[in-house]
Design a protein around this ligand. Structure first.
Ligand code: NAD
Ligand code: MG
Length: 287
């Protein structure tokens, strides 16, 4: 793909809609060849309807996995994601609902296991972000919503999934470059991503004895519906040439993250746990 320049834009609803993005994102490269790395496996992906989660879903399907997708209420995006998984010859189960509710997380895991008979890979990826330039302007409601979505949801879903995960299973959390470099206009969001970093590291150490690996991916600016209702709503011009501040001078496409989720989900990463893969256009952040 020739990486397109991004024009100024915004959206009004949270979560954002993939259908309203211009240009449309790329989720998997035509040249990506599956080789059965996840054949017979089942993955559950929160926020799998759009963006990075959809890229993970489609890559997993191309590698032979069936996929359950959790999302809030973006039904059209979810149907499109399902079609893309099915086009790879795999099954897809859609699970709408609010990840902030632990009962919904329990139900989603139960439905996944009931439908597919097993669970091998959990991707904690649902998230929200809202811009405030001054800490004093973050309301209790915003602070609590962001934490409830971005970290409580990861905990509820992982707790529900663990009884079904067997030796060799993989948990992958989506964190962010922001917890490594700090983002002055996303303090609540950045704080939740720091919590995810700690969650990944602590849990990875706890689960080593069960032979379950826990890793995380830290994306830089990626062209997904996270951005138009947050950065774009704050100032549509912030999305003009989105990502141009990165060393590579552009934002990433979801298709550039999917292969890393495959790596962490599959046996290829059998000696890797508690680690972070940074996919951010060349910014060295360490950690
Ligand atoms: P996205 O909007 O496509 O995905 C986020 C998903 O979270 C949504 O599809 C939505 O269904 C889900 N979600 C939000 N609130 C929810 C709720 N209350 N209940 C259930 N589901 C809910 O955007 P994305 O960029 O693909 O985001 C995926 C992950 O990547 C997030 O954790 C985000 O923080 C992280 N991330 C994104 C970027 C970026 O530049 N796009 C950078 C760093 C990290
Ligand atoms: Mg979505």
């Amino acid at each position: 793909m020739a990486y397109p320049k991004i024009p100024a834009q915004q959206q009004d609803r949270l979560p954002g809609r993939e259908t309203e993005m211009h240009p449309q994102a790329e989720f998997i490269r035509d040249s990506y060849k599956g080789s059965g790395k996840l054949a017979g496996k089942v993955a559950l992906i929160s926020g799998g309807d759009s963006g990075i989660g959809r890229a993970a879903a489609v890559h997993f399907a191309r590698e032979g996995a069936d996929v359950a997708i959790m999302y809030l209420d973006e039904h059209e995006d979810a149907e499109n994601a399902k079609r893309m998984v099915e086009a790879e010859g795999q099954l897809c189960l859609l699970l709408p609902g609010d990840i902030r509710d632990s009962r919904h997380c329990n139900d989603a895991v139960e439905q996944t296991v009931k439908t597919f008979g097993r669970l091998d890979v959990l991707v904690n990826n649902a998230g929200r972000q809202e811009v405030q330039t001054r800490l004093e302007d973050i309301t209790d409601e915003q602070w609590e919503k962001t934490f409830a979505t971005n970290i409580h949801g990861y905990f509820y879903l992982t707790r529900a999934a663990l009884p079904h995960l067997k030796a060799g299973a993989s948990i992958i959390n989506t964190t962010s470059i922001n917890s490594f470099i700090g983002n002055p206009i996303l303090v609540d969001y950045t704080s939740t991503k720091g919590a995810i970093d700690g969650f990944t590291r602590a849990l990875s150490q706890q689960l080593i004895e069960r032979d379950i690996r826990v890793n995380q991916i830290a994306p830089g600016p990626i062209w997904t519906p996270l951005q138009p209702p947050s950065l774009g709503k704050h100032d549509p011009e912030l999305l003009e040439d989105f990502g141009s501040q990165m060393p590579m001078g552009r934002c990433g496409q979801p298709s550039e993250l999917g292969p890393a989720y495959v790596y962490l989900a599959s046996e290829d990463s059998s000696y890797v746990s508690g680690q972070t893969i940074h996919i951010n256009g060349g910014k060295v952040v360490n950690g």
